[in-house]
Design a protein around this ligand. Sequence first.
Ligand SMILES: [Zn+2]
Length: 145
Amino acid sequence: MVRNLYHELLHTLGLHHEHTRLDRDRYVTIQWESVVPGKEKNFKVKKGDLQNLPYDYNSIMQYGPYFFSVDWNPTIVPKKSGVHMGQRTDLRSLNITRLNELYHCGKYTHTGKISELVCLCKRSHYITLYSHHVPILSFPEETTH
Ligand SMILES: [Zn+2]
């Protein structure tokens, strides 16, 4: 299994694998007969808030198609053609959006001072009203390769 710092960090921050989302059966098919016996738990759906964010095949939290395969056949088959799964190099803007949602980061409330807002994540970053709103975790626009 390829380990990756971003991937493990996102687990630590509370994110599950993309293919264990509640709605994953709309996007991928798990081929249980090809899963290494004893490793089925890695493919079980996990309860969790979808945060109204779309399924991301290219997420750093998505397994590749052959992860835990016992017979060289894919364990995860995407329902959409032409998608790439299992990349471990790019932290995606959707990953950042998910974290910001989870930690209520980038959503501001009044501090009491008339011209200031404080971020709901309580990490003490403030913005001044009428200034440009910049979430603390931001990521450059994705490029297609
Ligand atoms: Zn993982």
